[in-house]
Design a protein around this ligand. Structure first.
Ligand SMILES: NC(=O)c1ccc[n+]([C@@H]2O[C@H](COP(=O)([O-])OP(=O)(O)OC[C@H]3O[C@@H](n4cnc5c(N)ncnc54)[C@H](O)[C@@H]3O)[C@@H](O)[C@H]2O)c1
Length: 301
C-alpha cells in the first residue's frame, strides 16, 4: 500500500525554469510550500501568494535557504476577499514583467464566510482563484507557452452545484455539521474542475493550457478545523497512510512542467496521469453557467 499509494508516481520532468516566473497560492504550508520549493530549486522566480504575512515570510526564508535561490518573493493575497485579489493582481502586474505558470493551490475545508459574504469554501477555493486567473490571463497569454494549474480533489466526485443557492448569494459553504463541511468542500472542488474545463475551451487557439488535479490524500494542515480529540486519533493514521507533502506535490509539478501534455488541456490528473472524471463533471452546460455566474459574483461581467 505504502509503495503504490503513498509513494505514487513522481514528476519526471527535468525542466529548468531560469528566467520564468511562477505564482503558487497558499504556499506558506502544505503541498503549496513543497511545490514552491521544487520550482525554486529549478531556478524559477517564485511568488509566494499567501494570506498571512508572518507565515508567508517565514516560508520565504526557508525556501530561499533550502533552494539556494534568492528569486523568491512574498506577496500578500487573501483569496477570501475580492478586493485583496484585485490588489494582489495589480501589484503583481506592476512589479513583475512576466508570468509563466499560475498554480491555484490554496484551499480551505472549514465553514465560514468570505469578506464578500460568500460561503468560505466556495469563495476561497473557487471564486478567489477564478478572479485571480482572469486578472492574470493577458499576462499568461503574452508570455506563452504558459500554464494554469488548479488543485482540485477526488472529492469532486461527491460534489454538486446548486445554482439556485448560488444565484441568491446564499452561503454555499456555511455547513454546520462535519458532513455538510465535507459536502461543500466537495462542491467547491467540483467548481475547480468545471472552471478548468471551461477555461480550456476559452483558451483554445492561444498558447496557454490548463489542468486540474487530485494531489492524493496528504498529511497536511487542511483538516486543521476538525475537533481536537478526533485529531489526536487521526494524526497517527494520516502520518502512516497519507502522502507527505513532498510526495503530495508531484502531480501539481507534473501538470506545471511535464513536456507534451498540452493536448490534455482542461483534463483532470491524478498520480501524474490523466484520469476520467465523474459524469457530473462532464457537463458543458454547467461549466458555462458556473463561469457566467462567477463573472457576475466577481464583478467581471
Ligand atoms: N490534504 C489533502 O489530502 C488534499 C486532498 C485533495 C486536495 N487537496 C487540495 O490541495 C490544496 C492544498 O492543500 P494542503 O493539503 O496543502 O492544505 P494546507 O492547509 O496545508 O494548505 C492550504 C494553503 O491554503 C492557504 N489558504 C487558505 N485560505 C486562504 C486564503 N483565504 N487566501 C490565501 N491562501 C489561503 C493556507 O494558508 C495554506 O497555505 C488545497 O486546494 C486542497 O483542497 C488536499
Amino acid at each position: 500500500y505504502r509503495e503504490i499509494v503513498v509513494k505514487g508516481k513522481r514528476c519526471t520532468s527535468k525542466a529548468k525554469l531560469h528566467g520564468k516566473t511562477v505564482i503558487v497560492t497558499g504556499s506558506n504550508t502544505g503541498i503549496g510550500k513543497t511545490t514552491a520549493l521544487d520550482l525554486a530549486k529549478r531556478g524559477a522566480r517564485v511568488i509566494l501568494a499567501c494570506r498571512s504575512k508572518q507565515r508567508g515570510e517565514a516560508a520565504l526564508e526557508e525556501i530561499k535557504r533550502d533552494s539556494g535561490n534568492n528569486q523568491v518573493v512574498f506577496m500578500q493575497l487573501d483569496l477570501g476577499s475580492l478586493k485583496s485579489v484585485r490588489s494582489f493582481a495589480e501589484n503583481f502586474l506592476k512589479s513583475e514583467p512576466r508570468l509563466d505558470i499560475l498554480i491555484n493551490n490554496a484551499g480551505v475545508q472549514m465553514q465560514g464566510r468570505t469578506a464578500d459574504g460568500l460561503g468560505l469554501m466556495f469563495g476561497v477555493n473557487h471564486i478567489g482563484h477564478f478572479l485571480l486567473t482572469n486578472l492574470l490571463l493577458e499576462q499568461l497569454k503574452a508570455c506563452g507557452p504558459s500554464r494554469v494549474v488548479n488543485v482540485s480533489s477526488m472529492a469532486h466526485y461527491f460534489g454538486k452545484i446548486d445554482f439556485d443557492c448560488l444565484n441568491t448569494y446564499k452561503a454555499l459553504g456555511l455547513g454546520t455539521s462535519f458532513m455538510e463541511v465535507l459536502q461543500y468542500y466537495s462542491d467547491s472542488k467540483l467548481c475547480n474542475y468545471l472552471f478548468t474545463h471551461e477555461l480550456a475551451k476559452r483558451l483554445k487557439g492561444t498558447n496557454v493550457t490548463c489542468y486540474s488535479l487530485h494531489p492524493g490524500a496528504i498529511n497536511s494542515e487542511l483538516a486543521r478545523n476538525i475537533n481536537s480529540t478526533l485529531q489526536l486519533f487521526l494524526k497517527p493514521l494520516t502520518a502512516y497512510f497519507f502522502k507527505n507533502t513532498e510526495q503530495g506535490c508531484q502531480t501539481t509539478l507534473h501538470c506545471a512542467l511535464q513536456e507534451g501534455i498540452e493536448p490534455f488541456s482542461g483534463r483532470f490528473f491524478s498520480n501524474c496521469t490523466v484520469k476520467e472524471v465523474s459524469d457530473k463533471a462532464k457537463d458543458d452546460a454547467a461549466s458555462k453557467k458556473l463561469w457566467e455566474l462567477s463573472e457576475r459574483l466577481c464583478g467581471l461581467a
